[in-house]
Design a binder for this molecule. Structure first.
Ligand SMILES: [Zn+2]
Length: 321
């Protein structure tokens, strides 16, 4: 499947709002807020003594990457994830002054990039000037027009993990072998996930899917599924606008005719249109696989989240997993 480079995840209106919010954060307000920010670090993971060097303070923009970075850093990193709540839509996020304060302590910043979390890159540039930034989009070569849901690509996850490890080693050279071990351990931890991807690819490649939103597209591509989402519907969803009645009808007709083997449904997208697609699939007996944009509530880790979705996908496609 070819990613349509004309897709825009973020209408320019949203981007202007985010930039305006950042611009109001003057240096004076940052100083006054710093004093009362200590109680605001609920997302930070405090680590214990197994690290041979001083732990690196890391700020990660979104939880889709935050858990992976925590696993890579282990006891040698203190990771603070800005958006760690599934109730917040990263596409619409405007940072608070307290978020800016988190960046002032960062020695390393990890962002998704690809125009998904531009507020985080801005805060890194203004509040963590000396901290290197791992930008997943830059690491994998996905520009601002690409589908920004990069964490759904197993290949991208691996590349970004390598880039994070490399930066951690540069920042704390005394912990180099520790970070190497953490990277190896992550590969082992992710094995159930990579095994499922491989199994789906060998047994379900060529099956078709439709999606209420493009969040899962990289994974669908990785396992060889063919995207049958009507193009107009997909483009509207990527623009966070409503598809035309004709686009919706086309999707419903394809579902009713069972031209789609599975419906990928983002449970974090609200609205009557995704609901109508969901109902069409229920009525036609097309299996539905729920996915989420951010780490699912109740999932204990990135791999836990992904394995649970992939297991549901395997079941929907008749793959024994
Ligand atoms: Zn999204």
């Amino acid at each position: 499947m070819v990613i349509d480079m004309s897709f825009r995840a973020h209408p320019s209106r949203r981007r202007r709002l985010a930039l305006a919010a950042t611009a109001t954060l003057g240096a004076a307000s940052l100083l006054t807020l710093a004093a009362c920010s200590s109680s605001d670090d609920a997302g930070a993971k405090t680590t214990s003594g197994a690290c041979p060097a001083a732990p690196v303070d890391v700020v990660v923009s979104v939880d889709q990457w935050g858990d992976l970075v925590s696993q890579l850093g282990g006891d040698c990193a203190q990771v603070s994830t800005v958006l760690a709540s599934s109730s917040v839509d990263p596409h619409d996020y405007e940072p608070s002054p307290a978020d800016a304060v988190k960046f002032t302590k960062a020695k390393l910043v990890v962002v998704n990039g690809a125009d998904y979390d531009p507020w985080a890159s801005k805060l890194a540039a203004s509040s963590a000037k000396s901290a290197p930034v791992v930008d997943a989009g830059e690491v994998v070569g996905a520009d601002d027009g690409a589908n920004p849901h990069l964490w759904y690509s197993p290949d991208y996850v691996s590349k970004v993990a390598d880039a994070v490890t490399q930066e951690l080693e540069t920042l704390a050279p005394d912990a180099k072998s520790y970070f190497e071990d953490q990277r190896t351990a992550l590969t082992a931890t992710l094995k159930p996930y990579t095994d499922l991807v491989a199994k789906l690819k060998s047994e379900a490649a060529g099956k078709t899917y439709g999606a209420t939103e493009g969040v899962f597209d990289y994974m669908a591509q990785a396992v060889g599924l063919v995207d049958k989402t009507p193009e107009g519907f997909a483009r509207a969803a990527a623009n966070e606008s409503d598809p035309s009645p004709a686009d919706l009808k086309e999707f419903q007709t394809a579902i009713a005719a069972k031209q789609i083997d599975v419906l990928i449904y983002n449970t974090q997208t609200e609205g009557s249109i995704p609901e109508q697609v969901h109902q069409a699939a229920e009525k036609a007996g097309v299996p539905i696989v729920d996915v989420t944009e951010t780490v699912a509530p109740g999932a204990s880790s990135f791999e836990d989240w992904q394995v649970s979705q992939l297991t549901a996908l395997a079941k929907a496609l008749g793959v024994d997993a």
